[in-house]
Design a protein around this ligand. Structure first.
Ligand code: SAH
Ligand code: SF4
Length: 387
């Protein structure tokens, strides 16, 4: 019989599995705690479970870790793991330590089908969704590995925050994502508060609504452009769910969200979306319409895209326009870029089974505005980009 991977289950799922074995729910809770709180994978170790249950479990189930293909550590303390998930696919997970927290950036898919212009993952194409167990295994490994490696005291946590900002579009893998989030939030699991678990999305509107109903956690929306013309080009999913619909879903989400704002991520691309006029458009779009914070990310250049990071002065000027208009704005520090672990640099290894890569490579180049002697024009010209 095929062995069942217990990392695939949230607590309800594990209880149902234990019931099939003729066991009561509280046994599932004990088992869940052994796995997620203590990091145990050997049933023999689980001393408060009856020997008969331990033997039964050993016959039918396992706690299946991911296979580590490589590990890289940055000079700033960031650690990136590459996990082999079989079939020629590998995904990346990044640990980002800060003074007051430890954040794990988790992948949801091998590759991504959205195909954003500036993103390395997008340029690789899409292979497959990760399972719940593969999403949870990233946290399970990182938490228990880091506790030992960092010599943490009993009860101390290595990971205090999870961001679903690794490879993939989490809301295009919804059915695997939600149980994984439940494991993260469960007091018998990792006990993270809803405010410390963030789902980042390029804007899958119907799934934002479902997440609000099923498992509201902090939400980050990758906006990257202040108008549909530009966003259609940078984030192709915008053609399906344009900005007005996206912002309406953000407002609906706020009814149930654990935080009273949505984070809008805005990747600053040299000459593409970073002028003062873009900033003014962004103010007009969000001020008094959506309770939000804007997080400007200096773009981490991916070689395939040909796009470049906005110069520092342009990022600060952009931030000033937003701040002066009363829009709360931060500029993200880039971390781990010496090991390609920064946002948008996660590439892993992906078999592109849906030919996303091919479609991306045939796209017309985007118009990049370079400042000429007269300063040039601010406007983005769709016609030209399509020519
Ligand atoms: N698919 C989801 C989550 C993964 S991407 C999403 O798009 O939100 C995580 C974040 O990295 C997103 O905000 C994404 O827009 C950003 N990102 C992608 N490529 C980037 C790059 N080259 N530089 C900086 N940020 C990038
Ligand atoms: Fe996919 Fe997010 Fe990258 Fe866009 S930015 S291609 S949605 S991983």
């Amino acid at each position: 019989m095929k062995s069942v991977n217990l990392l695939e289950f949230d607590l309800d799922g594990l209880a149902a599995f234990c019931e099939q074995l003729g066991e009561k729910r509280f046994r599932a809770t004990q088992l869940f705690r052994w796995i997620h709180q203590k990091g145990a994978s050997d049933f023999a170790q689980m001393s408060d479970l009856a020997k008969s249950l331990r033997e039964k479990l050993a016959g039918v189930a396992e706690v299946k870790p991911l296979t580590i293909a490589s590990e890289q550590a940055s000079t700033d303390g960031t650690i990136k793991w590459l996990f082999d998930v079989g079939g020629g696919d590998a995904v990346e997970t990044v640990f980002i330590p800060e003074d007051d927290r430890g954040t794990l950036c988790v992948s949801s898919q091998a590759g991504c089908a959205v195909g954003c212009r500036f993103c390395s993952t997008g340029h690789q194409g899409f292979s497959r969704n990760l399972t719940t167990g593969e999403i949870v295994a990233q946290l399970w490994f990182a938490e228990h590995h880091l506790r030992k490696r960092l010599n943490l005291a009993d009860g101390e946590r290595a990971i205090t925050n999870v961001v679903m900002m690794g490879m993939g579009e989490p809301l295009q893998n919804y059915s695997a994502l939600v149980p994984a989030l439940r494991v993260m939030l469960d007091d018998h699991g990792y006990g993270l508060s809803r405010r410390r678990v963030t789902v980042s999305t390029s804007g899958v509107v119907p799934m934002i609504d479902r997440l609000r109903d099923d498992c509201p956690v902090a939400l980050a929306v990758s906006l990257h452009a202040p108008n549909d013309l530009l966003r259609d080009d940078l984030v192709p999913l915008n053609r399906k769910y344009p900005i007005a619909e996206l912002l309406a879903s953000c407002n609906r989400y706020l009814d149930a969200a654990p935080r009273d704002f949505i984070t809008f991520e805005y990747c600053m691309l040299d000459g593409v979306n970073d002028t003062p006029e873009h900033a003014r458009q962004l103010v007009h779009l969000v001020r008094d319409r959506v309770s939000c914070k804007c997080n400007l990310i200096p773009c981490n250049p991916s070689p395939e895209s040909g796009l470049r990071r906005s110069p520092r002065e342009r990022v600060t000027a952009f931030a000033r326009v937003l701040q002066d208009a009363g829009v709360v704005t931060t500029i993200r520090k880039t971390r781990g870029d010496d090991i390609d672990a920064a946002c948008g640099q996660l590439a892993g290894e992906v078999q592109d089974r849906t030919r996303v890569k091919e479609r991306i490579s045939t796209r017309a180049p985007i118009r990049i505005h370079r400042e000429g002697p007269q300063g040039g024009s601010d406007t983005y010209n769709k016609q030209e980009s399509k020519a």
